[in-house]
Design a protein around this ligand. Structure first.
Ligand code: GLP
Length: 242
């Protein structure tokens, strides 16, 4: 894992945006895997600003978001799809038919997960996957457990993770759906290049365990140690225990 330190959120967002901009310039048909959460907001803001003055071009790119809540329609204010519309999609020139999302309303959950896996394959696989990090070491909605699912699947969200997602629901944890659809660990690890971003003191222990600890399903991000092309972009607080 290559570790890059940045003094603050602003530097982190710029460095992430530089990586995405360079990847798109080198490969205009780039297939991106994208996260939600507080961490990528600065990245999306910076990409929106660059798109506004023509410094980044998404016109031939494709995106696959990592996860979505079960039971929320795409236009629900708490949905990850709505988050992405507001923070990125409406500001850049992505073709609507190349924006891919898991459907949390799908009646046939297994079929929906298979459809997503097949769509990623059909697009040629993820070229660049941007990840956030849960305070308990989760990636996507792959929560710490004795066993992890490889492929896209339905997952139960841990109470701490529900609390960290409550902002999307007016701070009310009881309104956060208890389940999500998420890419699995193998889906994530098949990406050709992975960039994980983490900031703030709340991530410091998960960052330490991800980098220095054993590879264990009890800290899903530690499985990134198995991947040959991972960049970690950290602010000082998140890197404090390395
Ligand atoms: C959420 C998402 C993850 C995200 C993580 C960190 O629960 N499912 O994909 O990376 O938690 O979120 P944040 O960036 O807000 O700390």
């Amino acid at each position: 894992m290559r570790i890059h330190l940045h003094p603050d959120d602003h530097g982190l967002a710029h460095a992430l945006a530089d990586q995405v901009t360079a990847a798109l310039a080198a490969s205009p048909t780039l297939v991106l895997g994208l996260p939600t959460g507080r961490t990528p907001i600065g990245l999306y803001r910076e990409l929106a600003a660059r798109a506004a003055d023509g410094r980044v071009d998404f016109s031939r790119a494709s995106t696959f978001n990592i996860d979505e809540f079960v039971g929320l329609p795409s236009d629900h204010p708490g949905s990850y799809r709505r988050f992405m519309d507001e923070h990125l999609f409406r500001h850049v020139n992505l073709a609507p038919d190349r924006i891919h999302f898991l459907d949390g309303m799908a009646a046939d959950v297994e079929g929906e997960c298979e459809r997503y896996e097949a769509a990623i394959e059909a697009a040629g696989g993820l070229d660049l996957l941007i990840l956030g990090l849960g305070a308990n070491g989760h990636i996507g909605f792959n929560e710490p457990a004795a066993e992890l699912a490889g492929r896209t699947h339905r997952a139960r969200i841990h109470p701490g993770t529900i609390a960290s997602n409550a902002d999307l629901f007016g701070g009310d944890t009881s309104r956060v759906p208890p389940e999500a659809l998420t890419m699995g660990i193998a889906t994530l690890l098949k990406a050709r290049h992975i960039i994980l971003a983490a900031s703030g003191p709340g991530k410091a222990e998960a960052v330490r365990a991800m980098v220095r600890g054993p590879v264990t399903t009890m800290l899903p991000a530690s499985l990134l140690q198995l991947h040959r092309d991972v960049d970690l972009l950290l602010d000082r607080a998140a890197a404090a225990r390395l």
